[in-house]
Ligand binder design. Structure first.
Ligand code: SD4
Length: 332
């Protein structure tokens, strides 16, 4: 039977990303500094470049290599994060992500491009590549957000494969959590690794992606900031872009990524904007909070800034075939 063109295209995308990721595992050109983090500074970069929350050298390299070949920013970012979405060892993104408290993995993602177009999916089950799915929502529907069953139905129509996303590792950890079953919906410094990626292509166009399995052992249906445009991610190609990781509820209350881009529009550097966005959260707290929020931003000059409430947050920059993992400045 002949498959519709969009299924053929979907299969080609998945095969291509698998090959690229597989090639990377044996590539001699990967230079990353997993255990040698350099200090946070505003690094001006030339085009193209990619930055991502956390230490994800394979994802940034896939994106960076695609940008070097002339791929557009959003396509390159979606390709890079697909590596971590398929990585079963990563329990905070994609397949193998931590489940909700009922033992079901539900994923959130959004994308935004240089034209101000965006797409998002929320609380999606059984689909690994939710960033690509968010891009499909943006490109193939008249909508911005699809949630839950509707997002999954759309994915299957587009040729995505339904998979069991609960890995043995995540299942064991969830079963251990169930022994006490304490509901403590906090993201502290260890318990997260959402990927927020920003990149600028050879034309200087900025795009971004945010993808996550969200808060571990969350209530069924809970959605954080990551797929919320303006909170987990925001891009204005005239100004810059920002992404967030950490406790989504606090990011949403201050519309963190949009705030950072607006502060940059008013003349702040990415570093100053990230610091002010963290202050907006802290000024409503009584004393030192027990949750983490971290921001990463870049502007059109290619300057980068990052700031978090607690130390422990780092980001990866890929430029000129070199990955660097950089420790973020933090309030505490
Ligand atoms: C959320 N912000 O669902 C996400 C979680 C996160 O690294 O960032 N984890 O609230």
């Amino acid at each position: 039977m002949l498959l519709p063109w969009w299924i053929m295209k979907r299969k080609a995308f998945i095969q291509q990303s698998t090959l690229w990721a597989g090639g990377l595992l044996v590539s001699p050109h990967i230079i990353h500094t997993e255990n040698e983090m350099t200090s946070n500074k505003s690094i001006p970069t030339n085009l193209p470049y990619v930055i991502s929350t956390w230490n994800v050298p394979f994802a940034t390299k896939i994106t960076g290599d695609a940008l070097n070949k002339g791929v557009e920013a959003l396509d390159a970012a979606v390709l890079g994060v697909a590596y971590e979405e398929a990585n079963l060892q990563n329990t905070t993104v994609g397949n193998g992500g931590s489940p909700d408290r009922d033992g079901e993995v539900t994923l959130d993602a959004c994308v935004m491009n240089h034209e101000g177009n965006c797409g998002a999916v929320m609380a999606v089950q059984n689909i690994t590549h939710v960033a690509a799915l968010a891009k499909d929502v943006m490109e193939k529907t008249p909508h911005v957000i699809l949630a839950g069953e509707g997002a999954k139905k759309f994915a299957l129509e587009q040729g995505y494969q339904a998979e069991n996303l609960l890995s043995e590792k995540s299942k064991k950890e969830w079963e251990k959590w169930l022994e006490k079953g304490n509901y403590n919906p906090k993201i502290n410094i260890e318990n997260h690794d959402t990927i927020g990626m920003l990149c600028s292509d050879q034309n200087g166009n900025l795009s971004g992606v945010c993808t996550t399995s969200g808060l571990a052992y969350k209530m069924k249906g809970r959605v954080g900031d990551s797929p919320v445009i303006g909170s987990g991610l925001y891009i204005d190609n005239a100004i810059g872009g920002a992404v967030a990781t950490g406790l989504g509820e606090e990011v949403i209350k201050t519309v963190g990524s949009f705030l950072i881009v607006e502060l940059m529009r008013q003349g702040k550097t990415p570093q100053e904007a990230c610091e002010e966005a963290v202050s907006r959260i802290l000024e409503k707290q009584k004393g030192k909070p027990d949750f983490q929020v971290a921001y990463l931003a870049t502007n059109k000059k290619g300057e980068i800034g990052s700031y978090s409430i607690h130390s422990g947050f780092s980001y990866t920059i890929y430029k000129n075939d070199l990955n660097q993992n950089i420790a973020s400045k933090a309030m505490y």
